[in-house]
Design a protein around this ligand. Structure first.
Ligand code: ZN
Length: 66
């Protein structure tokens, strides 16, 4: 019985003739990889992934105002 692609659900060709096994195609294999990477980025915490690479310093008074 054919295996179902975990990404798109299509029948997966046997490993012997499918280098993207256990996915149906390279495309689905990459999609799965991207999915994993995407989740990995979210694991460290909700703060990471805001798009802010440099931590913005809190607005502290300079004392230079007078
Ligand atoms: Zn697929």
């Amino acid at each position: 019985m054919p295996r179902a692609c975990p990404i798109c659900g299509k029948p997966v060709p046997p490993r012997t003739e499918n280098r993207a096994f256990p996915f149906c195609s390279d495309r689905c294999r990459l999609l799965d990889l991207g999915k994993w990477l995407g989740e990995e980025y979210r694991v460290p915490g909700p703060r990471a992934g805001d798009g802010v690479e440099v931590p913005a310093p809190p607005s502290e008074p300079d004392g230079d105002d007078a």
